[in-house]
Design a protein around this ligand. Sequence first.
Ligand code: NAP
Length: 250
Amino acid sequence: MTSKGTVLVTGGSRGIGAACVRLLARDGFDVAVNYARSAAEAEKLAGEVKAMGGHSIAVRADVGSETEVTDMFAHIDEAMPPLAGLVNNAGVLFEKARLEDFDAERINETLRVNVTGSFLCAREAVRRLSTERGGEGGVIVNLSSAAARIGSPNEFIDYAASKGAIDAMTLGLSKEVAGQGIRVNAVRPGLIHTDIHASSGQPDRVERLQGQVPMGRGGTAEEVAESVVWLLSPAASYVNGVLLDVTGGR
Ligand code: NAP
């Protein structure tokens, strides 16, 4: 299959990001798999993409670090076909707690990775994709969350607020770069079966809360990834500035 260009998936080593990597490879994209700690998982996934006929590299960078992000994009420029898209997926979630028990370190780390990280990667992507800067245009998909509209009371309002920021960035950036050949959308997953819930001290969170979902079950990483790859595809060529809930109706 002819290459459709490179898509960078941040936090591509596990969960929703890993599902995006596999589906992008299925659809003929070359994929750069970013990770922070899970080197073995990321390398394994890059191997899977290559076995499917695509170019792929695993690339370590903390998305909240400006120098690591610029180094990562420079490495992708050298090692991969031209950038066609970005999936801003890397995200962190900390221990379930009420706001009255938060400290600044926790709040800042949530915002550093989830918000600053997404802004920095979007910046580097726009600099490469923009038709005003010699690029071919492209697509950015941000992973927000239903938490942005629910607010996550008694669990993680800081995380919900970070996703509210992603919604606002999606709306603003989609208008800012629409004339430069770049579409920007967000997917807002609901309760999805991944390891992220264990980081909040609630590995059984999806099973416990799935009764709140009109469809009566949690979702899979693949069900979220299908929406992401659709937004990246030409089939979504007139979809811009959308916050797409993938929540089973919750
Ligand atoms: P996950 O299974 O915990 O995976 C998180 C990914 O982010 C991992 O690949 C991790 O890399 C990476 N990551 C964490 N910190 C990073 C950093 N500083 N720099 C680069 N990569 C970093 O999470 P998930 O459930 O797949 O979630 C993916 C996205 O969907 C997140 O933005 C999350 O907020 C959002 N979301 C998830 C749900 C859900 O129910 N699962 C619901 C709504 C929204 P390492 O493996 O190297 O640590």
